[in-house]
Design a protein around this ligand. Sequence first.
Ligand SMILES: Cc1cc2nc3c(=O)[nH]c(=O)nc-3n(C[C@H](O)[C@H](O)[C@H](O)COP(=O)(O)OP(=O)(O)OC[C@H]3O[C@@H](n4cnc5c(N)ncnc54)[C@H](O)[C@@H]3O)c2cc1C
Length: 354
Amino acid sequence: MSEKRYQVPAAISEGVGYTIVENASLEGRNTFRVPARADLLIDVRRPEALAELFGYAALKTRPLLVLGEGSNILFTRDWPGVVLSIAALGITVVEEGSHNVRVRVGAGENWNNFVHWSLARGYSGLENLVLIPGTIGAAPIQNIGAYGVEVREFITSVEAWDRDSSRLTTLSNADCRFGYRDSVFKHQRDRFIITAVDFELPKWRPLQMDYAGVREELAALGMDSPTPSGVAEAIARIRTRKLPNPALIGNAGSFFKNPMVEASKVSELRKRYPQLPAWEAGEGQFKLSAAWMIESCGFKGLKQEHAAVSEQHALVLVNLGQATGSQIWALAEHVRDGVQERFEVLLEPEPLVL
Ligand SMILES: Cc1cc2nc3c(=O)[nH]c(=O)nc-3n(C[C@H](O)[C@H](O)[C@H](O)COP(=O)(O)OP(=O)(O)OC[C@H]3O[C@@H](n4cnc5c(N)ncnc54)[C@H](O)[C@@H]3O)c2cc1C
């Protein structure tokens, strides 16, 4: 990390709908809470301001990173360019039908607040995605998912600034090419800046309660006929027990994706590891449990410098307080290499590693 991080910001300037800070600290803007700085940090409150901002040479020529709440990013160094944060707010009901509702949400809104907003109004669908940190604008990027549900099921379209055409554009659900922790935005990172997301939420749909532990938690809560809010409460309780809270200990949730392999690989591995969990994921592919593999390598709780594999969950890497991004990445590489040596399966990081 460069010496610049010890300097005070050189200047703060305001435009209509945006604020620019030079030499800005990003330490409070990533949930790993590792130190990093950006040459320029721009908070954009009005998407219309993007037209003016992209007219400036600094934005045309310097590396650009779009940052939400930093809950899926690992900074291993300072960012030598511009960090753009879309702070556009607002939740607007566009159309209300008898069976569903269409809602437009600004990219800067907090995801979990939107889940609670929808449940409080009797709309369902998002209950399994409760307590996922981050912004609305980031939700389509990796097609956030939890407890058997993915956000792509509810997104009708995404509004984004298209740097290729220099205008705001609308991508349909199909244009987004959603996959497991994947979308077109991950593959065209420098092109789209998401400014708003449109959702269609049903007023009723069957509850998804088959994921491990959900029915047991509902029973413990005494909920015989659960509502969507009841399912959200049960899942929030499980998540709070299982995952370290980033407000208390820096982390970015699951650090590795569950790897996809062919059926033949599952059979081969199960000869050596009969307990190996694997789920059918369609098109002849099987999803393996990265957490199980990490744990069986003995890495759960492992400490290395100021970074550790969480004692609560083997898939989560944590900052013990003073870790740099490079220390966390060094631990991630150690875990990845150990799993590859034992299982011949390559784990891929889920967060963006910079
Ligand atoms: C404790 C914990 C639990 C988590 N649990 C889950 C989970 O259950 N399921 C899950 O899917 N994820 C989970 N995550 C990961 C994370 O919450 C999500 O990926 C979330 O969507 C990231 O939002 P963010 O605003 O923090 O994005 P950031 O981390 O700031 O950015 C993530 C990516 O999105 C891009 N991006 C952000 N905003 C925009 C925008 N407006 N336009 C274009 N690109 C943008 C960034 O460039 C980056 O590539 C968890 C994280 C933590 C810390």
